[in-house]
Write a protein that binds this ligand. Structure first.
Ligand code: DQA
Length: 138
């Protein structure tokens, strides 16, 4: 069984409540439950933190063992040299995802410290971005 983890960064615990015109109105928990059912052949895991160091610790924990990491580092994508370095040091391939199309938004969102060390980036497909990333590992 393939082991894939979704790691969500800051403010993504508020999905469904936060800026629904940009991020939609479903909670991540409901979406994750449906994903787990749909991809029952995958050992799917999920972790969310608002704290940069906790995200780095989780990347270290899974990054030599899992088959794929789906990472939405949210705002840290655009600021964190630490998360970028962590991703660079892992063996497990990482796909960077975003719910919104970061390239159609403010200029500071066009920068990613993570993207250069990933398998690829999926941005702008709503929650479906996560599903597309999972498919890329199968
Ligand atoms: C986001 C895009 C980021 O720019 C933003 O800071 C987020 C969410 C997205 O999924 O669209 O918090 O990663």
């Amino acid at each position: 069984m393939k082991k894939i983890i979704i790691i969500n960064g800051p403010n993504l615990n508020l999905l469904g409540k936060r800026e629904p015109t940009i991020y939609g109105s479903s909670s991540f928990e409901d979406f994750y439950k449906a994903l787990k059912e749909k991809y029952s052949e995958v050992e799917l895991d999920y972790f969310q933190s608002n704290i940069e160091g906790e995200l780095i610790n989780k990347l270290h924990e899974v990054g030599f063992d899992f088959d794929g990491i789906v990472l939405n580092a949210a705002a840290y994508t655009h600021t964190s040299v630490g998360i970028g370095d962590a991703v660079k040091g892992l063996e497990t391939p990482v796909v960077e995802v975003h719910i919104s199309n970061v390239h159609s938004r403010e200029e500071f969102r066009h920068v990613s410290f993570i993207a250069p060390n990933t398998k690829g980036v999926i941005t702008g497909f709503g929650l479906q971005s996560y599903e597309l990333a999972i498919q890329s590992f199968l």
